[in-house]
Design a protein around this ligand. Structure first.
Ligand code: BG6
Length: 258
């Protein structure tokens, strides 16, 4: 029976990747909305998938923030460093989340788990154009931006649009606009509708979705029934080489609507 379950999941993974039009999906059993330990299992898959896909040698990995990424960080291991010099960098500027789930913190944790290095990006999320421009000239910021350009791996999650807008304390008018435009999901600071059309973008520096095309290892990590719609929508924008690491909660809900 355990074997049947295993084969069933592998079959669902194939169906899901075909339906979403991406390279590969990995599904953990359970629903992370209800069982937090499912996120830990997803984190372990992040480790093994990086081991499989991340080029050897000097390897810069650009990382986004969030609770999913923070959990995954704890599951990375020193095995990853065996044939690689790892450097974790925040994929985009953006201090605005609680400190422990900011990309800077996630990068520090990933470096400590793997024995790699990390760099921090001290650029706040919502500042005026006037404040932003000189910050970008800072040598420490420039250095990180150059590393981001060289990244060989990207780790990110996908969020529900309104949940993310509220968590980031975005202005009431912006949230209203997102609702009017039927935003369902968010990734990399891009908000999009169910068809994957970008309806709003937080003007931040660093990685843009179009830059993902040239990166060999792109892992999207998101689970839970609550994120099903956001995940499905993002896959219209995702580059084809994306690997999705998710759970049954999200996978079954996406395939039910298929
Ligand atoms: C944010 C990222 O920090 O986390 C977003 O900037 C992402 O791009 C979000 O969608 C996901 O958060 P969580 O907590 O649902 O993993």
């Amino acid at each position: 029976q355990v074997m049947d379950q295993f084969l069933g999941l592998r079959q669902t993974e194939r169906e899901l990747s075909r339906y979403l039009g991406i390279e590969h999906c990995l599904i953990v059993s359970g629903n992370s909305d209800e069982q937090p330990k499912v996120l830990t299992e997803m984190g372990k898959l992040v480790n093994s998938t990086l081991q499989l896909l991340l080029p050897q040698g000097q390897s810069v990995v650009a990382v986004m923030g969030g609770t999913t990424m923070a959990k995954a960080a704890h599951e990375l291991s020193t095995d990853l460093s065996k044939k690689r010099n790892l450097i974790f960098v925040p994929a985009r500027g953006g201090i605005g989340e609680s400190v422990d789930i900011q990309a800077n913190a996630v990068c520090a944790e990933m470096a400590s788990q793997t024995g790699g290095k990390h760099r921090a990006l001290y650029v706040p999320e919502q500042v005026s154009e006037k404040t932003y421009a000189p910050l970008l000239e800072e040598p420490s910021v420039q250095e990180v931006l150059k590393l981001i350009e060289r990244s060989r791996g990207v780790l990110h999650s996908i969020g529900e649009a309104i949940t993310m807008a509220e968590r980031r304390d975005m202005p009431i008018e912006t949230i209203k606009m997102l609702k009017e435009k039927h935003a369902v999901g968010e990734a990399f600071g891009y908000f999009f509708n169910a068809q994957g059309e970008v309806v709003y973008k937080i003007p931040r520096i660093g990685l843009q979705i179009r830059d993902l095309l040239n990166i060999p290892c792109v892992l999207a990590v998101a689970g839970g029934t609550s994120k099903a719609q956001a995940i499905e929508a993002y896959m219209h924008l995702a580059p084809q080489q994306t690997w999705l690491i998710t759970d049954e909660g999200a996978a079954n809900s996406i395939l039910q609507g298929a």
